[in-house]
Structures are given as C-alpha cells and as structure tokens.
Design a protein around this ligand. Structure first.
Ligand SMILES: [Cu+2]
Length: 146
C-alpha cells in the first residue's frame, strides 16, 4: 500500500520533471536545465539552461558550485581564426524582464574534473550564484546527445 503510493508519487514527479524541467526562485525562473551525458571516459560536461528574470533589476550569474566536479566555470563561445573556441567569462547578465539563454554554441556552464559520468535521465544538483539573488540550487537533468 505504502510502496504503491510512493511509486505513484515518483512517477508523477518524473513526468512533471521531464515535461517542464523548470523551477524558480524569487524573480528567476530556470527553464529546461540540462546537460549532455558524458561519453566514455570524458569527465567534462556542459550545462545549459534558460534563465528568465521577472524582476525590475538586472541580475548576473557569477559562479557555479558542483559537488561532483572539481571545477565549474562560466564559458562562452567565440569565433577565432575560423574555429569555435570556448573562453571563461566573469559573468552572464540576465536583463530585467529578459532572459539569458545558456545553449550549445553560446554561453554555458562547464563542469570539469567530474568524479563520475553524467548519466542520461539522472538529475544532478548545482548551486548557481547570482550577484543579487545569491545562491540558488537548481536541478538539471542529463540528456543523451543526439
Ligand atoms: Cu565550455
């Protein structure tokens, strides 16, 4: 009886999570927070999320903490000599009433020195650090790279 109820709750939560992948805290909403599954022995991963800011003032993502990675950096992509290169950035601004899209080929969160592989369909926790909103825990879901 209890086990059945628990299974039902878990399945409802999972369906909700897969559909929405969305959470919010204060003025910030995090849409589709996800990472690609690591391949083979690779121990670096990129994390993507759209951050919406419904507040009256701009905020900025200034850092990331991960219990599973030795280092987490904010990255962007730049074109240099016809090649796409990743470069660390100090911050990613989220304009008031606007959003920042962390996406493949653009700004993203880079996890380096992962203690374990990122496995598809598993949730992971990160703490995003904002200049105004402070520390915000965000759950992201690992997806297979197509
Ligand atoms: Cu990167």
């Amino acid at each position: 009886m209890r086990l059945g109820l628990y299974a039902l709750l878990v399945s409802i939560m999972c369906i909700g999570g897969v559909r929405a992948h969305s959470s919010s805290q204060g003025n910030l909403t995090f849409v589709h927070a996800h990472a690609y599954a690591t391949i083979g022995v690779a121990r670096a991963g990129a994390v993507f999320v759209t951050i919406r800011n419904d507040g009256a003032e701009a905020d900025a993502l200034i850092g990331v903490e991960s219990g599973d990675a030795a280092r987490a950096e904010l990255h962007t992509h730049i074109h240099e000599n016809g090649r796409m290169m990743m470069r660390p950035v100090e911050q990613i601004t989220i304009p008031a009433g606007g959003e920042a899209k962390l996406q493949p080929g653009g700004d993203h969160i880079m996890l380096m020195g992962l203690k374990s592989a990122l496995v598809a369909d598993y949730p992971y926790d990160l703490v995003l650090i904002f200049r105004k909103a402070g520390r915000v825990p965000v759950e992201f879901v690992v997806e297979k790279r197509n």
